[in-house]
Ligand binder design. Structure first.
Ligand code: WTA
Length: 646
């Protein structure tokens, strides 16, 4: 499938980029005047209470500072600034699991955010820089909470509701959170599910920093009330719906979001205010051609960066209507998303390849039952999309008219980096295409030499950009080592994404996947070290190595090679069950093993390092090309191959 698909011009009315000339002009402008161009964009796209004096300060690189001395407010940018002219426009279109809708205008959103901010200040004493952990379902109060934090200058850390109590606890402790905002639970597939018990469990001991736990009642199922608990609905009514805008420094922290790396400890990725919101807003306009009159739906959860940037901050900063969906795409049937597109006249739809594969497999003919003609742009994110899924998305959902934007980016990049621009970029299926203007994405060797065309190299970003990760919370050294320790360009350390990629003769970039010990399950990053540390908690296990194995729906599933202390004592199925119990408790249901085999040993070098690449080749059914002579026991590879094939 190397056919190129040109954007359908009829779909785009007055876009920012009319054609590739517009794209090339902006790229050239950045080439000629990097800082000046970013400065101009920031001046135009952010409301500055006090103008910045310096666009980019690299004195202490990679701890770069953007838009120095500027004063602004992310909450003002996303909410209050819309009130004068478009306060009656719908900000959030909420669809509950059971299909009921709430349309919330910007005026109403402002009042709810203000009340929530007042509640946090008055009842819990939350101040600028305090950390607030948000462990919530996809409900309106979760968005009020994020924006209320932004309003106060408190730093939120949203923890995905699918994470276990242990994972939640680790994140509460690492951030020294003062407040936790949660809910009793919510609804999924017509049934209530619970969140609060996980918070009870997480905070039983060791979370000394936590002073209050604010509980929203959503499903009204019985819950335990502990000393630190209070109920949102009991406190919110008495709060004023006014809250004077507080102006912050461009570089004041906005949020932390924990993500997996190659060691066991998740990293608290820190994003700061002005640079983050600038890029979230611009990419909404550039990549999706999103306009204030549009209805935009990103199906992610707010627990991930995609939810932060493209459900909450980007859409609201752009003054559009963002859809917040409590349910799942397959309930009551695999036509749910398409029914919602028809009913709400959605213009841009953004989802993960896993969801597309699942909806294709379970509801191939569902799209034809609905009128999807409101759609102009379709997006994908989080993992490579395969050609059959791409084709179905393009034809059955987009009616061969919509642009598909395959957006490559990361928690650390804050917003899109390499992606088609819907209105202008000719699309090559399943390809992230070109770096966005202002983004210097290069495919290089570790020494900075360009990787030859169509060969795998390292995907690096060679210049700073405004929405770049500022640090790993509490660990500046780890930040420098994790991102600036592997690749050099022009003699200087540069940001390495951890991803491999190839570039073709037209400069189009195709992502080939992680080069580090991170598995991408259904678009979610999970570190092998985290999984292996949990597996080791089982007393029968001597050691283990997990790798990603290609999976029809999930993209990658988790496959474990397990060495037991005494291999006769348990069946493979029972062992898998036992290990998955631990993984569910330690991390959550996203980290479960799909399959395992018990092996006598792992392929280790003489210095004890596991040669994971050999194991990856085995599960992919690829020939083993690595040199196995340096292994402690070269015969082990053959033995594992035989066991794998049984
Ligand atoms: C992967 C999600 C292929 C990649 C926004 C990256 C992708 C990781 C794509 C970041 C894409 C993201 N094609 N792979 N379009 N987009 N990835 O931090 O491996 O949850 O490093 O951010 O997802 O995952 P994260």
């Amino acid at each position: 499938m190397s056919k190129i698909f040109k954007p359908n011009k009829d779909m785009f009315d007055n876009p920012v980029f009319r054609d590739m000339d517009d794209y090339n002009k902006l790229v050239k402008k950045f080439d000629d005047n990097y800082e000046g161009t970013w400065g101009e964009l920031a001046e135009k796209n952010i409301t500055w209470h006090k103008p910045f004096t310096n666009t980019l300060d690299e004195t202490n690189t990679p701890f770069n500072r953007w838009f120095k001395d500027g004063k602004m407010s992310v909450a003002y940018e996303c909410v209050d600034r819309h009130l004068e002219n478009s306060g009656d426009n719908v900000a959030i279109l909420f669809e509950a699991d059971d299909g009921t809708n709430i349309k919330l205008t910007y005026n109403e959103l402002a009042k709810n955010v203000n009340k929530t901010a007042n509640l946090f200040v008055n009842e819990y004493g939350i101040k600028k820089s305090d950390r607030v952990v948000i462990y919530m379902p996809m409900i309106l109060e979760a968005i009020y909470t994020m924006l209320a934090c932004a309003k106060i200058g408190a730093i939120h850390s949203v923890v995905f509701g699918g994470f276990s109590s242990q994972a939640l606890k680790d994140r509460i402790i690492d951030a020294k959170a003062k407040l936790i905002v949660t809910a009793d639970g919510a609804y999924r597939k017509g049934k209530p599910y619970m969140l609060k018990p996980a918070v009870d469990d997480a905070t039983k001991d060791g979370c000394d920093s936590v002073q209050n736990i604010c509980v929203v009642k959503r499903n009204f199922e019985p819950i335990q009330k502990n000393k630190k608990d209070s109920f949102y609905h009991e406190l919110i009514e008495k709060q004023s719906d006014e809250f004077e805008t507080v102006w912050f420094d461009s570089e004041d922290p906005l949020f932390l979001l924990y993500t997996s790396g190659s060691t066991g400890q998740p990293k608290g990725v820190q994003h700061n205010m002005a640079g983050y919101i600038l890029w979230a807003k611009l990419t909404m306009q550039w990549v999706f051609d999103n306009k204030p009159d549009d209805i935009f739906w990103c199906t992610a959860d707010i627990g991930w960066i995609t939810g932060h940037s493209y459900i909450v901050y980007g859409p609201l900063a752009n003054g559009t209507t963002t859809v917040v969906f409590e349910g799942v795409p397959t309930y009551p049937d695999a036509g749910r998303c398409w029914k919602m597109v028809q009913q709400h006249k959605i213009n841009q739809f953004y989802t993960a390849p896993t969801a597309i594969r699942m909806l294709h497999k379970t509801g191939e003919n569902e799209p034809s039952k609905y009128d999807l003609s409101s759609l102009r742009v379709l997006g994908t994110v989080g993992e490579p999309i395969d050609p059959p899924a791409w084709k179905w998305y393009y034809e059955a959902i987009g009616n061969s008219k919509c642009s598909i934007v395959d957006t490559w980016w990361q928690t650390e990049t804050g917003g899109h980096m390499v992606s088609p621009i819907a209105s202008c970029t000719p699309i090559k299926p399943a390809c992230a295409t070109l770096p966005l203007p202002g983004i210097y994405a290069k495919i290089i060797e570790t020494n900075g030499e360009p990787t030859p065309i169509n060969e795998k190299g390292y995907l690096c970003i060679t210049k700073p950009w405004p929405s770049q990760i500022r640090t790993i919370w509490g660990d500046d050294d780890r930040f420098v080592k994790a991102y600036f320790g592997d690749c050099v360009y022009d003699g200087k350390p540069v940001y390495f994404s951890g991803d491999g990629a190839m570039i073709d003769e037209n400069g189009y970039i195709t992502i080939t996947g992680r080069t580090d010990d991170v598995i991408n399950v259904s678009g979610h990053r999970i570190g092998t070290a985290e999984i292996e540390a949990s597996i080791k908690e089982n007393d029968m296990v001597a050691s283990s190595a997990v790798v990603g194995k290609p999976h029809e729906i999930k993209g990658e599933g988790i496959f474990g090679f397990i060495v037991l202390k005494n291999s006769d004592t348990i069946s493979k199925d029972d062992l898998k069950l036992e290990l998955n119990k631990i993984l569910k408790a330690d991390i959550g249901a996203i980290a479960l093993l799909d399959d395992i085999i018990v092996v006598p040993d792992l392929p280790k070098t003489r210095s004890g390092k596991i040669m994971r690449r050999i194991l990856r080749s085995i599960v992919k059914g690829e020939p083993i090309t690595q040199d196995t002579s340096t292994l402690e026991d070269p015969n082990i590879v053959g033995e594992i191959e035989v066991l794998y094939k049984v």
